[in-house]
Ligand binder design. Structure first.
Ligand SMILES: NC(=O)c1ccc[n+]([C@@H]2O[C@H](COP(=O)([O-])OP(=O)(O)OC[C@H]3O[C@@H](n4cnc5c(N)ncnc54)[C@H](O)[C@@H]3O)[C@@H](O)[C@H]2O)c1
Length: 309
């Protein structure tokens, strides 16, 4: 018996990396899967062949049920078609897992408008568009719905990733909003900050340095290790299952053989004025009232960052 028996799932970015691992795992757990991918390179440029067809063949060869959908997650038209295809084929949609993504790294002062727009579009609109059409279905059905959307630890801030960090932070706000809006319809929404060796991480400076020194391309030797993309889906299966009903609006970490739950963002120090702010009072009271810990969200002080620590 699978943990997703009888469920219908749409997985975006299912052609590669963690999307592929998730589509295959959902099918192994009994879900019928619409595997959705545009078939693009890491920077979003089209590939000759869409790898999602092979993922569907793999699922079918294992006895699972899946169909491929070629389309752009950030297109409202494709999103409506993809969700409609799952519902027309299997009569309903239970699970939407938004994984598709691209990367265009550049420091903020060098970033072009296109690099900004494309990354925000694929990640942020590419989460909104499928969710909107899934939410219409879930609201009518009032029975069951599970959204999981891929954020990233980069939401805490990545120096060379202003577009990606902004998009991934945006996904957390989006998921929290959706969790509140959809709770009454038995729908949950959660964000995942994953980590695994894929073509995306093969491209980091650290991996490129290792490859230059003669190490194998990390994603090609990840199977069975803590960097295997298949380490991420078990958490998604739990969140997407009947058991996952209790968890919504939260941010989860799935990194290798470690799962975690992020704290809720909350105010930790206060300075209060009984009327219009007095500038001298702000300067007088600031340290006493607000400077509990002058570290940035990534645990380094402004001076640490200046000194390269
Ligand atoms: N790999 C990591 O360690 C890591 C860390 C944090 C977050 N993430 C996030 O996890 C997700 C999956 O990452 P991955 O490393 O498996 O990536 P990957 O590059 O291996 O796969 C991404 C897939 O998304 C597809 N895609 C891209 N743009 C699309 C579009 N517009 N429409 C439809 N499909 C599209 C690609 O064709 C590809 O198959 C991404 O959102 C990524 O930002 C990855």
């Amino acid at each position: 018996m699978g943990h997703l028996d009888g469920k219908v799932a749409v997985v975006t970015g299912a052609g590669a990396g963690m999307g592929r691992a998730t589509a295959i795992t959902y099918a192994r757990e009994g879900a019928k899967v619409l595997a959705w991918d545009l078939g693009v390179a890491l920077d979003g440029k089209s590939l000759d062949k869409n790898p999602v067809d092979e993922v569907v063949e793999e699922i079918q060869a294992e006895g699972g049920e899946a169909i491929a959908f070629h389309g752009d997650v950030a297109s409202m038209e494709d999103a409506e078609k993809a969700i409609g295809t799952a519902v027309d084929t299997w009569g309903k949609l239970d699970i939407l897992t938004c994984i598709a993504g691209i990367l265009r790294e550049r420091m903020v002062f060098n970033m072009t408008e296109d690099e900004w727009d494309d990354v925000i579009r694929v990640h942020l609109k590419g989460t909104f568009a499928p969710t909107k059409f899934a939410a219409i279905h879930w609201r009518q059905r009032r029975e069951f719905g599970r959204l999981t959307a891929f954020s990233s630890g980069a939401f805490e801030g990545g120096a060379g990733q202003p577009n990606y960090s902004a998009a991934k932070g945006g996904i957390i706000g989006f998921v929290r909003s959706t969790a509140l809006a959809m709770a009454r319809y038995e729908v949950t929404a959660n964000a995942i900050c994953p980590s695994a060796a894929t073509r995306m991480t093969d491209n980091t400076l650290q991996s490129q340095e290792l490859i230059r020194k003669g190490s194998p391309v990390p994603s090609t030797v990840a199977a069975g290790t803590d960097r295997d993309p298949f380490n991420v889906p078990p958490l998604l299966v739990w969140l997407s299952s009947d058991a996952g009903r209790v968890a919504s609006g939260r941010v989860w970490r799935a990194e290798g053989w470690h799962y975690g739950l992020y704290d809720e963002p909350r105010e930790v120090r206060f300075l209060h004025s009984d009327g219009p702010w007095d500038m001298d009072m702000v300067f007088d009271k600031f340290h006493e009232a607000l400077s509990y810990d002058m570290t940035t969200p990534i645990g380094r002080t402004a001076d640490d960052i200046r000194q390269g620590n």
